[in-house]
Design a protein. Sequence first.
Length: 257
Amino acid sequence: MRVSLALVALLALPVSLSADLLIVEKLVIRLGDRTVEGVRSTSINGARMRVESSLNGKTAVVLYDLPAGETIALDAAKRRAEVRSVAARNAKLEKEYPRQRSTVSITPKSSTQTFAGSTCTDHDFAVRTPVTRDGSIVLALTGTACLAPDVAGAGDYMTFAKQASAQNLVLGQATDNYILLALSRGETELYRALTQTGGVPLRIDYEIGVDGKGILAGIVRKPLAGSRLTTAAKLDAAEIDDAMFAVPAGWKRELKK
């Protein structure tokens, strides 16, 4: 099982707060009758980000180098860095699932919660992405996000957010699978909308469903239906070593389409 990485919201935050930022989150992922728990650490420095996730004892690391326009998946076992173009990935997603076909609604609530020492405000959201041309089958993400308007390290967070938005960074795993690309579109549009709402998401909880009938709807539903829960356990604005955002010396760089 592979899990979508880099579910860090690209949010506009006050420029006055400036520092590196580390976000450690607890993950709970459900696919069908299977539930997996793990941890994800997201490090941000300017226009660079490193996401390291651990699930079922397996660790995956992806680097986001926006100045270079690249995402880089690190394979420690093979000492290999799989490099992909941010622009090419966006073009592929736009071809299969044009952004304008997705709809997003976010509604603020009066309730607040506290995670990792910061208070956040709850928001309901719903994202709908048509999977078929006629819209008879639709991917739906429905849930809540708890957004904190001010956290330490927000300056670098905003720097990354601006460049990511300008370059149309796509979230989710790198794949050519038509069905999984629909999930990438839905998640990308969710975080784009959270960016516009403002605030770091300290908790995101949503169901992934597929609306539609027939055999094709069942085929689409099988790999997608489930839920995702991410909860911030730690926020740290201490300086992060530049080496964390670079391919280790001696590793082979392999360009992927």
